[in-house]
Design a protein around this ligand. Structure first.
Ligand SMILES: Cc1cc2nc3c(=O)[nH]c(=O)nc-3n(C[C@H](O)[C@H](O)[C@H](O)COP(=O)(O)OP(=O)(O)OC[C@H]3O[C@@H](n4cnc5c(N)ncnc54)[C@H](O)[C@@H]3O)c2cc1C
Length: 404
């Protein structure tokens, strides 16, 4: 890793990044962009987001701290943190290839072979190769260790049979990080799992789009019927799948760093809700003058501030060394639940207009709040439901007795 930059070097870099994002961040593309990488519905959205990610990468603001030999910028991670901060400041579109640059990429950088790094990293960064994640199955979402999709070795290939579901970007992806069962033997269900960096465009792999509550599309069910993939797609050894999946979740839940940068979810800004309250009226007066409303807004702002500060604690080694997942799990749980409450709150003061949705002339801000509210449920399910987070925190962080 390159040496730690001086404050002056960081300030220079920030000024450059600021100028670039001010100049290049697209304003209004003239059509609705997804709020997160999980709601990419149309070719128009997809092409636009691919082009934006590529542009950010080519300008050096994505993958800035990854090694040059794999397509990165070779800079100290502090530079990437600054680039991402500035990107957020200008509220640009999300980075599309979240699963690639957010968790498959860091995983490969962490434990992948030299060939895997050379083969996959650059295409992830420049959005040429979109990635998806095949963990959940129709009968096994929370119970990930029970994954049943079968992978049977046949010479230089594996033959896959089974189904994965809720696969975000599954219809757009070139590759999938895939958890599959290579054996039913072994001391427990985890021992028979293996991890693959699988192509999506192999004969026998089909996807069917699933419509969401919001009317958007963004995930699919994947069907594997005697699908054949090269044996070299296996990551690590047969039977290593559970450990590798757990490492992937450390990236997905934000417990580990070495990320390529960028952001994948539009963070809801409490100040936006304050502004909405200022513009809304009750009894002929601005809603924000209502002391009860003010009180709730202050509570939300304190919660957001606490979450942001808690997030920074993740970089303080001594605080996280004993329980690396603890803070990340708490943050995921608290943030996603809070966003649900905040969006619900924003609808509550729109009166009946809160019931109108996107593209309805009666909807407030073209239904942005309504759509954010409906989408807020995704984050409390994806990457592990709130109930499962509570279980893990109780058992593995607080050491409480295991539930039945
Ligand atoms: C928008 C979105 C995008 C997603 N993208 C992906 C993706 O790209 N790839 C992927 O692999 N998956 C993806 N998922 C799937 C997600 O990870 C699963 O939905 C999640 O793990 C829950 O699994 P399930 O839906 O099978 O629910 P179930 O496991 O059937 O759970 C149903 C309910 O029971 C509760 N429950 C289950 N077990 C317990 C327990 N032991 N204790 C207490 N409560 C329990 C759950 O919390 C939940 O409320 C996505 C989901 C969403 C919503």
């Amino acid at each position: 890793m390159s040496s730690r930059p001086t404050p002056a070097e960081l300030a220079d870099y920030e000024a450059q990044a600021d100028a670039w994002f001010r100049e290049n961040t697209p304003k209004d593309p003239g059509f609705m962009l997804p709020l997160t990488f999980m709601e990419v519905s149309t070719d128009q959205q997809f092409d636009f987001l691919c082009a934006w990610q590529r542009k950010v990468y080519e300008a050096g603001y994505l993958g800035a701290s990854w090694p040059v030999e794999y397509g990165g910028g070779g800079l100290h991670p502090d530079f990437q943190r600054i680039a991402t901060k500035v990107m957020k400041k200008y509220d640009g579109p999300i980075m599309l290839n979240a699963i690639g640059i957010g968790w498959a990429g860091p995983l490969i950088m962490d434990i992948g072979s030299e060939e895997e790094k050379k083969k996959y990293i650059k295409g992830m960064l420049n959005a040429e190769d979109i990635w998806c994640q095949g963990f959940s199955e129709p009968e096994n979402g929370s119970d990930l260790g029970n994954a049943q999709l079968k992978a049977v070795r046949d010479g230089d290939e594996y033959v896959l049979n089974g189904s994965k579901i809720w696969t975000s970007l599954g219809d757009r992806a070139k590759y999938m990080i895939l958890l599959a069962r290579t054996s039913n033997e072994g001391p427990n269900k985890y021992a028979g799992l293996s991890f693959f960096l699988s192509p999506m465009h192999a004969p026998g792999i089909e996807t069917r789009r699933i419509k969401k509550l919001t009317g958007e599309y963004g995930f699919v069910q994947c069907f594997f019927t005697d699908a054949r993939i090269p044996a070299e797609c296996l990551m690590g050894n047969e039977g290593d799948g559970w450990q590798i999946a757990m490492k992937t979740l450390e990236y997905e839940r934000g417990a580990k760093v070495n990320l390529a940068g960028g952001y994948f979810l539009k963070e809801l800004d409490a100040m936006g809700v304050v502004e909405l309250a200022r513009q809304s009226q009750r009894g002929g007066k601005p809603l924000l003058d209502d002391p009860v409303m003010k009180d709730r807004m202050v509570d939300f702002m304190m919660d957001i501030q606490a979450l942001n500060l808690n997030n920074q604690r993740r970089r303080m080694g001594p605080l996280v060394q004993d329980r690396p997942m603890g803070l990340a799990l708490m943050n995921k749980l608290a943030r996603t639940e809070m966003i649900r409450e905040l969006t619900e709150f924003s609808l509550s003061f729109q009166g009946t207009r809160g019931g109108y949705y996107v593209d309805d002339p009666c909807a407030v801000d073209n239904g942005y709040w309504h759509r954010s509210y409906l989408n807020s449920f995704s984050a409390t399910i994806g990457g592990g439901t709130s109930e499962i987070q509570r279980n893990i925190i109780a058992e593995h962080v607080l050491g409480l007795p295991k539930g039945r």
